[in-house]
Write a protein that binds this ligand. Structure first.
Ligand code: UT7
Length: 324
């Protein structure tokens, strides 16, 4: 008997504070037109005082539980995709578990940078498929603006904060997560990274010298190439054609990358969920935020076939094919 993971609830949460392109014009040598033309981003949400990755995630989780009609006591696994944990330890998953008051169940973080949403979903799905777990809370949550170099115009205009949550439940019907595909190539680690860390040492600079560094153009090209490959791999694994996909729900890094992937799938932009204009790149939160918005807006309906995909630092990339 094959077990599948069905999505029974989604939720999301964004900080109230919004940083527009006009705000950024006052901070670095940039302009609204350049940001919109090159990335599609108009604004992003930024965590305020007292807001952390876990506080955003807890709100998203509560909304997902409400939609699913369950409480935290009904889940038996928490997997959190994040690159910006509140603390090195306890893990963000443990902080979330404590706040939700569901002690005893397995809870851990997955760090796959912007592919964190897909990695967390893939891991939770495999736990459910193995038969050991029945209901999982899958979170993608980030506060990347806390490690952005606000003097670097090539990166600071790109990122935003937010959290998304998905509740998966075991089912014997062939529905929900049909397949997941995750990959990494550490040889491209230098394309996108944070330059300091616990073991390699912090610097005697503000924030310990923690900054995002990115070779944007190379990331762009690598992303378009790897996404093209993963789309083919996903369709082949499910013996499906491009036309079988109803919705593309991509990682929201750059509208031009999203458009290139849609073109590879011969999909019209009407079948693509785009939130990058409002959220910027929220890393591990982005695919879940887009999925939640697509469901809440009524675009995605039960039975629709969804292709979720993401890429990020590591280099990591992945996809999930879902029959919602
Ligand atoms: O989740 C995964 C994370 N990352 C990504 O997906 C990002 C992938 N990469 C990208 O989205 C794009 O490469 C960027 C949006 C980051 C940059 O766009 P680009 O078309 O690749 O621009 P570029 O880096 O080749 O820079 C073109 C010009 C440069 O000026 P010169 O050298 O031609 O005079 C930059 O200095 O644009 C300049 N530039 C800016 N100008 C105004 C770079 N950033 C800015 C800015 N405002 N914020």
């Amino acid at each position: 008997m094959t077990i599948y993971s069905k999505i029974i609830g989604t939720g999301s949460h964004l900080p109230d504070k919004i940083l527009t392109n006009a705000d950024l014009e006052k901070m670095v040598d940039t302009d609204d037109q350049w940001i919109q033309d090159r990335t599609g981003i108009k604004q992003r949400h930024v965590a305020g005082d007292g807001e952390t990755t876990s506080t955003l995630a807890i709100e998203a989780a509560k909304k997902a539980f409400e939609v699913a009609g369950i409480t935290a006591k009904d889940i038996d696994l928490i997997v959190v995709g994040t690159t910006t944990p509140d603390l090195i330890f306890p893990s963000t998953a443990c902080l979330i578990q404590n706040a939700l008051d569901c002690p005893g169940i397995a809870a851990f973080d997955v760090n796959a940078a912007c592919s964190g949403s897909i990695y967390a979903l893939a891991v939770a799905d495999k736990f459910i498929k193995s038969g050991t777990h029945k209901r999982a809370l899958v979170i993608g949550a980030e506060t990347l603006t806390r490690m952005v170099d606000w003097n670097d115009r090539t990166t600071c205009v790109l990122f935003g904060d937010g959290a998304s949550a998905i509740v998966l439940e075991a089912t014997e019907e062939k529905e929900g997560v049909l397949s997941t595909h995750i990959h990494a190539n550490g040889a491209h680690g230098d394309l996108l990274n944070a330059t300091v860390g616990v073991s390699s040492g912090l610097k005697n600079e503000p924030n310990g010298g923690l900054k995002i560094r990115m070779k944007g153009n190379e990331v762009f090209k690598t992303a378009v190439m790897t996404l093209g490959r993963i789309v083919k791999e996903t369709l082949k694994a499910n013996d499906m054609k491009k036309t079988d996909i109803d919705w593309l729900i991509p990682h929201q890094a750059n509208l031009r990358i999203i458009t290139a992937t849609a073109k590879k799938l011969s999909m019209s932009m009407d079948q693509v969920i785009v939130t990058v204009d409002k959220h910027g790149n929220t890393s591990a939160a982005s695919v879940g935020l887009a999925l939640d918005e697509a469901i809440k807006s009524g675009k995605v309906k039960r039975g629709d076939v969804l292709l979720l995909e993401a890429f990020g630092g590591g280099f990591t990339w992945g996809s999930a094919l879902i029959q919602y």
